[in-house]
Design a protein around this ligand. Sequence first.
Ligand SMILES: [Fe+2]
Length: 263
Amino acid sequence: MQGNIDMPCRRDFILASLAFGMFLIDGKSLAGSFKHYKFKHEPYKGPLLEKLLRLAKRLDSGQLAPSQYALEVQKRLRETKGVAEFKPWFEEIMQKPALAKLYESSWDKRRPALNLFFIPKGLAHAPHAHHSLTSTQLILSGKIHLRQYDRIKRIDRKHLGIRLTSDRVLKPGEAFRMTDFENNIHWFGAESEHSLLLNCNLSLINGKSFDPRGSRKPARYYIDPTSKAREDSLIIAPQIWGDENREEFLEKFEKNPLSKFSV
Ligand SMILES: [Fe+2]
């Protein structure tokens, strides 16, 4: 779990509120899942970029463990000027709720992905695990209800034993992060306001991994964490494998608030 942080300046929030007011979007109109959007605006070249590339080199050379890297990325994201630093891209994505890359990145070339992620009020990013990946998000505007879980053990190919690590609401300036062994599963939604997140992720190529490295892609693996926890707080959570039940799963978790599901 991460601690409190300094808030971005008031001007950022006013800017965000104005833009939200200008482009009201009905989240229910999205067709089942978030879309990837390619910006028309030129790629981001701000000071954050160089900082992230330097951190990626330190991760790959072993100077930083994944948990240290994720913490350092989180600090760098907080050093940005919030919404103001991403205004041209923010204005573009406000009309097209989606996940959008701020510059060209590639896992092979070891350039961290930096994205703006717009979540309209009423939608959630469904619960999912990642494999050999670290991902960090900063709330730029809005409010995000977040639940995170640790993967404790693999039960079988389709089930994981997981444990809830946090259930809270984040405001602008707050951040969260995951690695293979910390808060690997996350689930977050915009329950009361349209929300904009700054997201940075990078695949992990060194060190221990939960499942054997190379056994699966460093993609998103949807997982249902809503089974009742056992007495030892372990939740036996089914993984949504391939296309099986995927549509039904996304309908259930993307279009309902987290608070509808008890913990
Ligand atoms: Fe994720």
